[in-house]
Design a protein around this ligand. Structure first.
Ligand code: AMP
Length: 402
């Protein structure tokens, strides 16, 4: 038996997708993955990778719909087109579900319209998602399409965590609150933790740290998120590859008044020219590490600021949760960078958090989820690889079958 689910992540100039077989022995390993990039540029790039084949196309791609149609055509040439695979459902990643969506939903015209209505809250993401949804629905009209929202897991935040101390009328009129992001990842990873530490999921208080190019923290009690670091948009919270994370909003007024910068310039400055990249010129942690090894002081300072911010969040979430069972690292940096895990967890013995260096270095070469704290560490510290595509595929399959 197979159950193929197509998972689509449409960005502003690219489309990433995977086909997963949920009935396979290793459903987490994609059956096929694809990338359509440089849409609208003079040279395009499509790559389809299966277990035995990789095919590429470098002709210009006029639009998202052209790109997706061509990618499906290339899949068909390999005998693994959506029709050949009898795709059971399509799962679409959607960054912003606003206050409307608190769980995955089958997409019909009304849902598509509602996702469109949320564009002001996610001007960088939702237009591309909507485009992807419309193109995929046109190409695969007989298959259920499901939207899975990055914000949905944080719908449960208590008001004290989700409401800003901003004028209530203005906040309500313009739908300003903490929506969070990376929810699919935080939910997936935190869902695996109780089993690994051998506790009843309803009893587990935990912190998840999604440290990738984007980065966020979440505090979770009994499977429900009670706080998270991202805010109205994914700009808030931790230091990221190119985003500031938390910053005094007065910096904006100051830059408008003193540097005569426009709002769009500041938007770009905060989202794309700041974070690690803005501090030391690189946003990839591997390059950052190389610079630190060479004794670059800007890189070392960027690292220290990053660590400082993670620790601030861990500390405040420990207090919010009252009792803590587990801290989990995930995503590109969290899963791979030994030093970040060591330094963000350093000197916390008094809080019952003790890292085991050999486990942190993965001397045993464990693949997949693993414990990196000592046996007597009261709080368990883990590395759990995230898999947002698998989570989206499962959510899509569940709704398609309901
Ligand atoms: P993500 O957004 O989860 O795909 O994470 C991407 C980021 O993870 C990259 O920009 C790197 O900073 C980091 N990363 C990926 N692989 C490694 C690695 N082997 N060691 C350290 N950092 C890594």
């Amino acid at each position: 038996m197979t159950q193929h689910i197509l998972v689509l992540n449409s960005g502003s100039s690219s489309i990433k997708f995977q086909v997963l077989d949920l009935e396979a022995e290793h459903p987490d390993v994609p059956f096929l993955s694809g990338l359509v990039e440089q849409i609208g540029e003079s040279r395009g790039h499509i790559r389809i990778v299966t277990e035995n084949n990789t095919i590429e196309d470098r002709r210009p791609i006029l639009s998202h719909s052209v790109g997706l149609e061509r990618a499906f055509g290339m899949m068909s040439l390999l005998g693994v087109g959506p029709q050949d695979l009898d795709v059971h459902a399509v799962g679409h990643r959607v960054v912003q579900g606003g206050s409307i969506f608190n769980e995955p939903v089958i997409i019909d015209d009304r849902v598509a319209e509602q996702i469109g209505s949320l564009i002001p809250l996610a001007p960088l993401h939702n237009p591309a998602h909507l485009d992807g949804i419309e193109n995929a629905r046109a190409l695969l009209p007989d298959v259920p399409h499901v939207a899975v929202f990055d914000t949905a897991f944080f719908h449960s935040l208590p008001d004290a965590a989700s409401r800003y101390a901003l004028n209530r009328d203005i906040a309500d009129q313009y739908h300003i609150r903490r929506y969070g992001a990376h929810g699919t990842s935080h939910k997936y990873v935190s869902g695996l933790v109780p089993d690994i530490i051998g506790k009843d999921p309803r009893e587990v208080n935990q912190i998840t740290l999604h440290l990738g190019n984007g980065a966020s923290a979440a505090a979770i009690r009994g499977g429900k998120a009670i706080d998270t670091s991202m805010g109205l948009t994914p700009l808030a919270g931790l230091v990221m590859g190119t985003r500031t994370g938390d910053i005094d909003p007065s910096v904006i007024f100051h830059l408008v008044r003193e540097a005569k910068m426009s709002i769009d310039e500041i938007d770009t400055l905060f989202n794309r020219r700041s974070g690690l990249k803005g501090l030391c010129g690189v946003n990839d942690f591997r390059l950052l590490q190389e610079l630190m090894n060479e004794g670059e002081s800007d890189a070392q300072e960027a690292y220290d600021i990053y660590v400082h911010r993670v620790r601030q969040y861990v500390g405040s979430y420990m207090l919010e949760l009252g009792r803590l069972d587990a801290i989990t690292f995930t995503a590109g940096v969290g899963e791979n960078h030994v030093g970040i895990r060591r330094d963000t967890m350093a000197n916390l013995e008094n809080f019952g958090i003790i890292i085991d260096d050999a486990r942190n270095n993965n001397e045993a070469g464990v693949k997949g989820a693993r414990l990196i704290s000592t046996d007597d560490s009261e709080v368990k510290v883990l590395v759990v690889p995230t898999n947002e595509e698998l989570a989206i595929a499962r959510a899509a399959a569940e709704l398609a079958d309901s």
